[in-house]
Design a protein around this ligand. Sequence first.
Ligand SMILES: C[S@@+](CC[C@H](N)C(=O)[O-])C[C@H]1O[C@@H](n2cnc3c(N)ncnc32)[C@H](O)[C@@H]1O
Length: 274
Amino acid sequence: MHSPVRKHYGSPEIVGRILAAVPWPDESGSPLTAASLFPYDQLHGRAIQATREHAARLNPSAEAHLLDIGSGVGGPARYFASTYGCRVTGIDVTPEFVAASGELGRLCGLAGRVDFLEADAAKLPFPAETFDHAYCFYVGMNLSDTAAVLSEVFRVLKPGARLVWTEVTALTGEPHFPLPWARTAEESHVGTVEQLTALFEDAGFALLAIEDETGSHVDLARKIGASGQVPTAAEDQANHVVLGADFVERRKNYIRSLSEGLIASTLVVSMKPD
Ligand SMILES: C[S@@+](CC[C@H](N)C(=O)[O-])C[C@H]1O[C@@H](n2cnc3c(N)ncnc32)[C@H](O)[C@@H]1O
């Protein structure tokens, strides 16, 4: 069932490729830091900049236990744990990503504060009311049954918990493929913001904020000249290291589709009522 997603994202030697790009170990002998991986391990548009902004919506305490839904190679989880001191459990269906997340967490000295499991977001292997908050960054476009995922996330959150969710939503027409999350239209599951927010309400969540972030993606892309150039690590957008050389074309199509008003980038903040 998940083989198209796994095939789309998975590849060998992910940790080796990231470490080859990071200047570590260096002459100073300093340990590997979570921050040194941020140009490569935030697998979404605007990379660490977006993670910082979205994390601030949760602003977790050091005692909080967070769920990361579709944790990729663990970049957002390591950001949360190293910035807020909280604990994060990530789940993902792509085995190569789960393995890389665990290894990178250990190398950064975050073992015990971040942990990662191979699991489907529609079938979470946790008891009810386990987590203080949850987040899901740019996974929704890969979900064929978002209603099932939201029902599961609702179940495992404690009352009063917040959920920060970012994804691409549909606007006026078919976007340009291949895209970062899908190489063909058949692999892409993108609905309108109205459809998405109705699913949140059907699952029992109270909506706190719905924001269109399209402008910030297009502005940043213009600023760094994203029209086909390979972004550099210094620009915090070096996702081709993990996602492959064709990511440059896929990202270009993403920005073009956003710029032409075919799709939007949407943030939904919601809460499980007390
Ligand atoms: C665009 S990446 C985003 C990764 C991460 N959230 C980040 O921002 O760095 C999408 C991720 O969703 C995962 N994914 C897709 N469908 C999933 C599902 N049903 N359950 C769990 N993970 C899923 C993929 O394996 C991939 O790691």
